[in-house]
Every structure is written in structure tokens, then in C-alpha cells.
Ligand binder design. Structure first.
Ligand code: OAD
Length: 256
């Protein structure tokens, strides 16, 4: 058995024996759905912009139409995209009798569209909008309003994407729940994140502190590789479906 085969077998055993699984994902899990990762170079019209400048409240307030259009283009790309085999395999894991929570940094909504029912969207969702000044969620039909951006019907301020911008806090309670679940999981599967952005990237460390196994899947080296119980070099679609169990929990499987 080669080293890679042994790693795959170890990952399969850990997941087969896990009753509680936390799946922590980043942009890489959606790459094979045609959605560029966050650190892919922006394309075309947007190539001259720095996403970390656009994805801020200051950037939005400086030019609401520009930032609104950027998100509208990303929203249209997400609407055209479909969940891939990795999203679907993660959703199918719930149907094996395991408690599965997906904690994602992605704002594309593809885990939910794949059928995952317990998804913690640490960075919000591009398919939702809200009032810039805090009135609350945008009313139904906001995404059919051609104004750029549409105004909040309550106060007239611009609507903004319901995503976490740089420098903003995460949704209340989201990280705390994710951190608790990471410490309680029988296994954590990490897919497609560079592990560069805090506090999200500290979640695998919560699993390690509680001596929970962490499996990291990525075609490239990441900042989380050193903490991995098992590190698998490969894409989400080529690896994730091949390591997730399709049968019931096997308590004996992950015994050393
Ligand atoms: P990054 O763009 O930083 O990292 C994407 C990861 O996906 C990299 O490690 C790639 O190697 C990997 N990858 C690429 N193609 C893949 C594939 N086919 N299968 C699996 N992995 C693949 O994106 P994130 O780590 O998600 O935050 O970035 C985290 C956060 O940084 C984003 O949520 C965003 C940004 O700041 C906010 O917007 C608040």
C-alpha cells in the first residue's frame, strides 16, 4: 500500500467510525462548480480591483453601485453554478445516521442547495441582502429590483449584501457554535481552505485541542497542513466522495 493509499484508508476509517462530523469548508469546495476561489485573481472587468478593498463597508460606502454590481455578478455566477459531487457527498453523509454540521466560509449557498441541512455560514450569504444602516433583512423581491443598489424600504439607505466584510464581526453565535462542535466532533473534515483568515481558520485548532482527528483535503499546501491527522492532496471532487462513508456508523472502524 502506498503512502497515499494508507492516508486514504486512514481517512475513510476515521470518518466511518465517526457519529458526529464537522465539515469545515472554504472556497476550494466550490471551485469545481465553476466559482473562483477567493484568492483567485479577479477576472475581466474586476481584475484591476482588490477584493479586500471591495469587500469592506468603507469600500461599499465609497461607491455603492460599484460594489453592488460586483456582488450582483457573483450572485449571477452562483445562480448558474450547481453543487458538485463534493457538496452532494457531504449532504449525503447526513443520510447515514451521522450528526453532520457544515461550517463554511463560503457565501455561495451551494451546501444548502446540495441538501445539507445544518450549515453555519460564518461569512454570511451572497444570496441575501440587508439594510446598510441596520433596519434588517431586505424584503422579498429585492433581487428583482433593478436599482443599483436598491434602497431599504424602511429608511431609504442602500441595501448591502448580507456577507461579512473585512473588519466586520461574524454573525452572532456562529463562531461560538462552530468552535463548540469542533471540540465535540468525532472527526473534522477540512476541504478547500487556505486557512489564512481568522477567526474561521482557528476552528481546526479547536478540534486538535480536544484531540479530535482532522482530515485536510486540498490540492495545494495550506496553513492547516501541520495540524492534520491525515492530509490528502487532491481536489474536493476527486477526494471527498471517495472518503465519506455511505453506510451506517462503524464504531470499531477508527480504532487505532
Ligand atoms: P482561498 O482562496 O484563500 O483558498 C482556497 C483554497 O482552496 C486554497 O487552499 C486552494 O488550494 C484550494 N482549492 C483550489 N481548488 C480546489 C479544489 N478544486 N478542491 C479543493 N480545494 C481547492 O479561500 P478561503 O480559504 O475560503 O472571507 O478564504 C477564506 C476567506 O478569505 C473567505 O471566506 C473570505 C476571504 O477573506 C471573507 O470574505 C470574510
Amino acid at each position: 500500500m502506498t503512502g497515499v493509499d494508507a492516508d486514504l484508508a486512514r481517512a475513510r476509517a476515521l470518518l466511518a467510525g465517526a457519529a458526529r462530523v464537522v465539515v469545515f469548508t472554504g472556497a476550494g469546495v466550490s471551485a469545481e462548480s465553476g466559482i473562483p476561489t477567493f484568492r483567485d485573481a479577479l477576472e475581466g472587468l474586476w481584475a484591476r480591483y482588490d477584493p479586500e478593498a471591495l469587500a469592506t463597508e468603507a469600500g461599499f460606502r465609497a461607491d455603492p453601485p460599484l460594489v453592488w454590481r460586483w456582488y450582483a455578478e457573483r450572485r449571477a455566477r452562483v445562480a448558474r453554478a450547481a453543487p458538485n459531487a463534493a457538496h452532494r457527498a457531504i449532504a449525503a453523509l447526513e443520510r447515514t445516521g451521522r450528526a453532520v454540521t457544515v461550517v463554511t466560509q463560503n457565501v455561495d449557498g451551494l451546501h444548502g442547495r446540495a441538501g445539507s441541512t445544518d450549515v453555519v455560514e460564518l461569512h454570511g450569504s451572497i444570496v441575501r441582502a440587508k439594510c446598510l444602516e441596520g433596519c434588517g433583512p431586505a424584503p422579498a423581491g429585492w433581487d428583482r429590483d433593478a436599482r443599483v443598489p436598491p434602497p431599504c424600504p424602511a429608511c431609504g439607505a442602500p441595501l448591502r449584501p448580507d456577507v461579512v466584510w473585512f473588519g466586520e464581526p461574524l454573525p452572532p453565535g456562529a463562531f461560538e457554535r462552530a468552535e463548540r462542535l469542533a471540540g465535540e466532533a468525532d472527526a473534522m473534515l477540512v476541504v478547500g481552505t487556505s486557512g489564512l483568515v481568522q477567526p474561521a481558520a482557528s476552528l481546526p485548532w479547536a478540534a486538535v485541542r480536544h484531540r479530535r482527528p482532522v482530515i485536510v483535503v486540498d490540492p495545494n499546501p495550506t496553513a492547516l497542513d501541520d495540524l492534520a491527522t491525515v492530509g490528502l492532496r487532491g481536489s474536493a471532487v476527486s477526494v471527498v466522495p471517495s472518503i465519506l462513508p455511505s453506510g451506517p456508523i462503524r464504531p470499531d472502524a477508527s480504532a487505532p
